[in-house]
Design a protein around this ligand. Sequence first.
Ligand code: NCD
Length: 343
Amino acid sequence: MTGPDQTGNDQTGSSAASHCRSIVELGPQRVRHLLELTDHMAEVNRRPNPKVPALRSRTVCNIFFEDSTRTRLSFEMAARRLSADTMTFSVGQSSLNKGESLRDTIETLAAMGVDAFVVRHRSSGVPWAISRWTDAAVVNAGDGWHAHPTQALLDCHTLMSELSGSSPRRADLAGIKIAIVGDIKHSRVARSGIAAFEMLGAEVIAVAPRTLIPPHFSTPVTQDLDTILPEIDALYLLRMQSERMSGALVPDLSEYTMRFGLTPERVQRMNDNVVVMHPGPMNRGVEITVDPAELPRSVITKQVTTGIAVRMAVLFELLGSGAAQAAPETSTEVGFESQMEEL
Ligand code: NCD
């Protein structure tokens, strides 16, 4: 399957501007534009009636080949808040079980008039393949270990807003040090998150056992969480992705927790200003043994809320008027304002 090269670039010839498949492919200008659009969408979401007609008569189809709670429902809610029609493709009840190929399935759905596919698949590169088979926009909701761009966007937006307090949202993460802790090797969240954090000027340090660091990894790495704890502004905990491991990569989970988990002892020693993040779902008792609600600065719930606004921004950029031929300089602000009027 042709798909992303090492930098996440498309080798297929389809225009990257009409999709949201990886942070590297989006590039700094679109990342910043999407974060600004997220501010507007968050404003829509604070209204008593958080629904606008921007994507009326557009159809968004969710195809999730892996389990998901928050990402799938968040895309569904985002599409509905923009008045798009939504379809959810249930893999388990589909003709894929009768041997139909993924390509035939996509072409069948596209023939029904789908404008955007939101795709999650266990294999890296599937969103790139789908965009060769259809003219619809493709949004990557997680492909294998490779990329999860909307998670990275929501993480950046949540962190920038939190660090800004009551001031207007900071425009980047320059001068901010983020520790990303845990199973980096199997994590598309880590790959996209690190790309986005670094793109916005943050200093990222990966904290993990050597067995959970991918080969050819260019971000600085440490095995000593306690030493870097006093220096960091944000602590990003990853889920231990046991379902993606082929063998035992950590000797035992309680030792993992002792060295890399957010325990009550570490909370005691940690600066109260450190922002704590997790993409969910959490393995309580493994990567975190404290109740996040009791931490001085956990934004784990805010990440979920921001996820809806980010996905609204992505769908609007791809499908709204003045869409993503959507390079920021070609988008029509007038169109945007009128489309954000309430229903
Ligand atoms: C992540 C995923 O599925 O990649 N979850 C999410 O989208 N919020 C992280 C995970 O499964 O650990």
